[in-house]
Design a protein around this ligand. Sequence first.
Ligand code: ADP
Length: 434
Amino acid sequence: MAEKTQGLAEGEGDRTGLASRLRAHMPPLVLGGVAALASMFAGLQPWQAAIGYGVYVAGLLFWPGNRAAALSRAEKKAAKSTALDFAVIEALDMPAIVFDRDTLIVHQNAASRLLVGAYPERAALSARIRSPVILDLVARVVARGMPESVEHSERVPSERWHEVRGAPVWTGAEPGKQLFVLTFRDLTEARRMDRMRTDFVANASHELRTPLASLMGFIETMQGPARDDEAARTRFFAIMLDQAQRMARLIDDLLSLSRLEMRAHVAPEGQVDLGHTVTHVVDTLKPMAKDLGVEIELDLPAEPVVVAGDVDELIQVFSNLVENACKYGQTGKRVQIIVADTEAEGAHVTVRDFGPGIAKEHVPRLTERFYRVDVETSRTKKGTGLGLAIVKHILTRHRARLVVRSKPGEGSAFSVKFSPSESGKDSVKEELYK
Ligand code: ADP
């Protein structure tokens, strides 16, 4: 197979050599043709003119000196275009490695140096790439002279996926000295998204199936053993309503998330007064806080704090944080909310509770969909596990950050920090338009 590829390459090399010599000698070939025509007008027989022109052309193209000169010109041109090809490869953000038949490195671009490390000059490809899957691919591509791809994944230092493609490169310079290129297409992000989507569908189905199973169980009981038990039926109806409401909350939160995802890249247009918004949220949640025995303290700034944002979405954010602080920090009996705009932190809203707090290992995962420190506590408190995921999505759209600080036994503080460019202050606008 390897010999066949080489043979083909040489045949093509001869054709390319003849073509390049024809191109190199084009002016004398044309002039010779014109001279042959003129000599016929001067009385020479056409066959005499044709033979003369044929000898002239053969001499021009196949005389050793001329042939070598034309070949060396073609080689110089090919070397020049190879240098250009390498410059193009260097500029690509996709890792690419050029190697020869013996799998010795001819060129590697900057992106590949970052991915596999820098090869010493003329090192073997296997000096840095040890994956048998990739090395087998390389062997096949060199042997067959045909492009081929494989998928490669690695777990260390982090989980990554690549589509690795090997392909022959025809340089045209030196027949038989064929080069090959290995490229790496990063599939990591796409694979991660696939996994997230699958996990999400599995989690959402599981969350919906639990109340649904309970509803079906109660319906069957009421059709059978409890058919005539009025007291049991009244009790079951209350539980069924509770389960149906849980499903409705889940569906509302799922729809909220999907709407937010669709608008993720559209910046909000309105202006929001944080003091007004937080006061509205507190007024709405006061009855719930009272039922839980929690007192809400609100600390507002003397000057209005205005940020660019969507008022309904920011109400959703602060409602979620204040509701969580009342529910999960209930034992602390008070929740403190601070709205401020300081030199050091910019515009921000902090919701602090004095409840049990959150262990360190849970903090980075709180905004994941369906992540709960304790599933049962969340369910009894009518949680869906989607609240903080929704908060994160809204804040991303607002170019704002959620900072969580918590100490087990002392409570938690959830701060929403707006970036300076989202603040509606004139000074910021001036800076933007400079
Ligand atoms: P849920 O609907 O379960 O409340 P969230 O996404 O709002 O979902 O919150 C995720 C989890 O974070 C909660 O289940 C709870 O375990 C934890 N959590 C959120 N806020 C607090 C808080 N203030 N104190 C303690 N734990 C909290």
